[in-house]
Design a protein around this ligand. Structure first.
Ligand code: PGA
Length: 253
């Protein structure tokens, strides 16, 4: 399996910012970013409404994407945002199956349709989130849960040949909690994710897979994950809202 070596750091702004503060953060990140040299890919994920404004103010070396996408392509689906609309606005990435969407918006059952839509109908790279709850971790269910979530999310995909995909391992208990998984555990899960994908699609490679970690990554803990070849980057929530912290993490990772 080809696992591309380019690291990727993604800022998930969630619904923490309004339009004005999204533009202001975009400008700050862009100013800071122009001072540094990095070969990593950098992505920000604003809310849908801010995407267009962010795209106009963002340093051209930084990519942007959305936090979700409709499973449908077009039609009478009030409140949805289509893949085509995101493509036209220049999104190169889309987050799918974040635990907050699974928890508050019952996304579990539609994740496979969203993955199919993105992988079959666009060049946008899906970032699929998976992760166990604290109770599941305590009862040693982590690998079982990861396995189930990946299999369910990719159940409608026949091949990943020539596709790009990112899987973000985000333990639910680590998100926004200040708690972080140990490097050993993270590496084990990252390796397991690659094994699962390899097994599911063994006849249909090559594929462009990166597995990244998310959950309370910040300026004081990210360095532990450096030099771990299985960990290709981060999905960062809270710490991505502070331009200087976000850029320092990118710079030093
Ligand atoms: P956090 O969020 O870095 O604030 O824990 C990560 C995420 O939910 O993607």
């Amino acid at each position: 399996m080809k696992d591309i070596s380019k690291k990727i750091i993604i800022g998930n702004w969630k619904m923490n910012l309004d339009f004005k503060s999204s533009i202001s953060l975009t400008k700050k990140i862009s100013q800071n970013f122009s001072k540094i040299k990095t070969s990593h890919e950098v992505v920000v994920l604003p809310d849908f409404l801010s995407l267009s404004g962010v795209s106009k103010n963002l340093n051209k070396k930084i990519f942007y994407g959305s936090q979700d996408v409709s499973p449908f392509s077009r039609g009478a689906y009030t409140g949805e945002v289509s893949l085509e609309a995101l493509s036209q606005i220049g999104c190169k990435f889309v987050l799918i199956g974040h635990s907050e969407r699974r928890q508050y918006f019952s996304d579990d059952d539609i994740i496979s349709y969203k993955m199919k839509n993105v992988l079959e109908n666009s060049k946008i790279t899906p970032i699929l989130c998976v992760g166990e709850t604290w109770d599941q971790k305590k009862s040693n269910q982590t690998l079982k849960v990861i396995n189930q979530q990946i299999k369910a999310a990719l159940a409608k995909i026949k091949t990943l040949k020539n596709k790009k995909i990112i899987i973000a391992y985000e333990p639910v208990w680590a998100i926004g909690s200040g708690k972080i998984v140990s490097v050993e555990e993270a590496v084990l899960v990252h390796q397991e994710i690659k094994k699962i994908i390899n097994k599911m699609f063994k006849d249909k490679l090559p594929l462009d897979l990166r597995v990244i970690y998310g959950g309370s990554v910040n300026l004081s803990n990210f360095i532990e994950f450096k030099n771990q070849p299985d960990i290709s980057g981060f999905l960062i929530g809270g710490a991505s809202l502070k331009a200087s912290d976000f850029v320092k993490i990118i710079n030093k990772f």
